[in-house]
Design a protein around this ligand. Structure first.
Ligand code: OSB
Ligand code: MG
Length: 369
């Protein structure tokens, strides 16, 4: 497969309901899709950067710019036969920008796999045909509203609930959900860096609820703080924002900063790095699960393929399309008794529906290789 050109698509996709976290409220996704056109096939990758740099330093306009001005020129110079496995090293002189790099690598990986008729799940070493679906529940305006929302998701079949928390919205909502839905509900929380070590005693009040984990309580770069906190609370610590690649994942585990990892391919620079983190965790017996970034069906398909690897022993934030969008850009992912089917077709196994893509598109940029 020789690459002929790249098309950068921007889409505007309203969310079915506002999603509030400790870092902000999302009401719509400003999506960047990378399409790689090769001689024998077309590949797709979704850039998961949000519209503002609040979850991490990346943001969609910046990702679009760095792809256009810094990443594609380097890849084009490497020639039209560049393989997905070579992308990270070709782009390594550009610091950071993992989400931008991941989107391109995924599109090239998808195009290459489609050309040879192999699914992404099979190529990564997937071990199951369906993956358990959890759901991430935003900060609500009232406890009763939260209970209704969680009850609705449980009625849909979700097998695990994650509550977003922040100072002032933590012990009380967790207690209310535990009280209403019982001790057997798989339940976890995500703070998106909203606390400091001074909150250790407060966070220890969550110990009595038997949570699966607390995700990213402290700042992105504070591995030593997380290691300290891990000694002061019983709830297992899972890192999200901190884990930007394999090296930091190993460092975090070695230092006791976490005992579980949320793997997001975008955050670590692509699915190949994500698999490498999975492999190290699997070898060490460290549970991992697949995070989400409110992806369209394009990013979701690749996430579900990743989540089919054997070490993904906890349900992911891999929810059905309708949890996010009224109309997805691909055929919608649907829940089947709390699970999503892993696409079996070549590459990521899905593609945008042309009419829907056209309706949602806000800009389109063709770049020859
Ligand atoms: O911290 O996991 C997070 C969404 C956007 C940015 C960060 C996060 C999230 C979620 C939702 O929790 C995950 C999803 O359902 O896609
Ligand atoms: Mg998170």
């Amino acid at each position: 497969m020789r690459i002929q050109r790249v098309v950068l698509h921007r889409l505007a996709m309203p969310l079915v309901s506002p999603f509030r976290t400790s870092f902000g409220t999302e009401t719509a996704r400003d999506v960047l899709l990378v399409e790689v056109e090769g001689t024998d096939s077309i590949g797709w990758g979704e850039c998961v950067a949000m519209s503002e740099p609040l979850y991490s330093s990346e943001y969609v306009e910046g990702a679009h710019s760095v792809i256009r001005s810094h990443l594609l020129p380097r890849l084009c110079a490497a020639g039209p036969d560049v393989k997905a496995e070579e992308v990270a090293s070709v782009l390594s002189e550009v610091k950071g920008h993992q989400m931008a790099k991941a989107a391109i690598e995924t599109a090239i990986l998808d195009a290459g796999l489609r050309a040879v008729g192999v699914s992404l799940a099979a190529s990564l070493g997937g071990a199951r045909q369906r993956v358990a679906a959890g759901v991430s529940v935003g900060i609500a305006t009232s406890i009763s509203g939260l209970i209704d929302t969680v009850g609705g998701y449980l009625a849909d079949g979700y097998v695990r609930i994650k509550l977003k928390i922040e100072p002032g919205w933590d012990v009380e909502p967790v207690a209310a959900v535990r009280e209403r839905f019982g001790p057997d509900l798989p339940l976890q929380v995500d703070a998106n860096t909203a606390y400091t070590l001074a909150d250790a005693a407060h966070l220890a009040q969550l110990d009595r609820f038997g949570l699966l984990l607390i995700e990213q309580p402290l700042a992105e770069h504070d591995l030593s703080g997380h290691a300290d906190l891990a000694r002061r609370i019983e709830t297992p610590i899972c890192l999200d924002e901190s884990i930007t690649g394999l090296a930091v994942a190993v460092d975090a585990l070695d230092r006791g900063a976490c005992s579980i990892i949320n793997i997001k391919a975008g955050r670590v620079g692509g699915y190949l790095e994500a698999k490498a983190i999975h492999d190290v965790c699997f070898e060490r017996g460290v549970p991992v699960w697949c995070g989400g970034m409110l992806e369209t069906g394009i990013g979701r398909a690749a996430n579900v393929a990743l989540a089919s690897l054997p070490g993904f022993s906890l349900p992911g934030d891999t929810s059905a399309s309708r949890r996010y969008f009224q109309r997805d850009v691909t055929d919608p992912f649907e829940l089947d008794s709390g699970h999503l089917a892993v696409p079996a077709g070549p590459g990521i196994g899905v593609a945008p529906i042309p009419e829907v893509l056209e309706d949602l598109t806000t800009s389109r940029e063709e770049i020859p290789w």
